[in-house]
Structures are given as C-alpha cells and as structure tokens.
Design a binder for this molecule. Structure first.
Ligand code: GRF
Length: 203
C-alpha cells in the first residue's frame, strides 16, 4: 500500500512568524499531516527567516528592495514556490499584496489568517494592533480570527474558518492581541488539517 504524500506548504512572512512556527511545530510533532518546504520573506530581518534557517528549511528574501519590477518579483516568488513543489501557500503575517502570477498559479490554494472575525475589521490599513483598537472602539463583545482564501483584494477571499475570543472589560488592545494570537495558532493548523481531511469546505 502506498502512503499518501503529505501536502507541501510554502510560507510567505514579514515579521516574527509565530503562526508559521506553530504550523511547523505541529508538522514536526506529527499533529498536522503536512510538510513545510520553503519560507519566503520580503523583510531580510524577519525573525521568521531566521527561524526557518535554524529549522533547516530553504529560506529566501525576495522583496521590492531587491527587485523593483513588481511583475518580475511576482514571477520570482511564484518560481521559488513551484520549484519547491509547494501545494498550498500560507500567508503568515505577510505585509504585501500577493501578485497576480502567484494567484493564478495557486488558484484557491493561498491561505491567510486575519486577527478579527471577518468581514468585520478587515481591509487596507487594518492590520496588527489597528485591528484590536478598532474592535475596542466599536465596543464589540466578541472578536477572534479568520482563515480565508486569498484573492486580489485585502481580506476578501472566501472564509474557511473562524475562532471566537470574547472581549472583556479588562481587555486592552495589547491583551486582546495576545489572546487572539493564541487562538490563531490553534485555528491555522486545525484549518489546514481540515483541508487535508476534506472536513473544511473549499469553494
Ligand atoms: C497575525 O496576527 C495574523 O493574523 C496577521 O499578522 C499577524 C502575524 O503574526 N495576518 P505572526 O508573524 O504570525 O506572529
């Protein structure tokens, strides 16, 4: 009997990469039937790149500072993902728009996680602490995180899964961010496993 091949994950990251790490750790621990194969960052100083190198994963810095032609940059990123046999592209704190070439190559196979219950508090300018400040300013009683497919617009692809975090009177934007981030670490791997097991519905 042939064992099914694990799906291969390629990460796009810009910063600390805690979501990427949670996914890689779950893969290594056998809790997620997937294999991280490559990490790309637009930020040469991203902690995520350093982590990838320590984990012996191929890690690339590809950015507009090195490549000023956006079309070529999009092609180069796509080429690295394709040449590493990536099945699913995982955005994990990637602070750039994904290019059309990549979206065509990996149609409906690019995931992102956003720290709110989309469609609330998503779109341009709503990232990081801005999201949690907006939740508090709106006096929302609940927030959370959303995993969605990526299309050409910020935070607008099909929603695949969500996790809820209740907003309490003691919450500050910082403490809310911490709680939501913990929930993100659970949700991203669970959603990926759901895709693998076909329990998460894809469009
Ligand atoms: C997370 O809050 C994620 O929802 C958002 O960017 C942040 C990335 O955090 N897209 P990390 O780099 O994974 O720690």
């Amino acid at each position: 009997m042939m064992l099914a091949e694990k799906i291969k994950l390629g990460f796009l990251v810009s910063g600390r990469g805690s979501n990427m790490r949670a996914i890689i750790d779950n893969c290594c621990a056998g809790k997620l039937a997937a294999e991280p194969v490559v990490v790309i960052s637009n930020n040469v100083r991203a902690a995520a790149l350093e982590y990838a190198r320590q984990a012996d994963l191929p890690a690339f810095h590809l950015s507009a500072t090195l490549n000023t032609d956006p079309r070529k940059l999009d092609e180069d990123i796509t080429e690295v993902l394709v040449s590493h046999g990536v099945d699913w592209v995982i955005l994990a704190g990637y602070m750039q728009k994904v290019g059309p070439r990549l979206l065509k190559q990996f149609h409906d196979r690019v995931l992102n996680i956003h720290p709110s219950l989309l469609p609330k508090h998503g779109g341009k300018g709503l990232f990081g602490m801005h999201v949690h400040q907006a939740v508090l300013a709106a006096a929302d009683i609940k927030t959370g995180a959303t995993v969605h497919l990526v299309n050409a617009e910020y935070d607008q692809g099909a929603i695949l899964s969500q996790i809820t975090v209740l907003v309490k009177s003691h919450h500050t934007a910082e403490s809310l961010a911490q709680e939501v981030l913990k929930a993100e670490h659970l949700l991203y791997s669970q959603t990926l496993q759901g895709i693998i097991d076909s329990t998460v519905e894809l469009p």
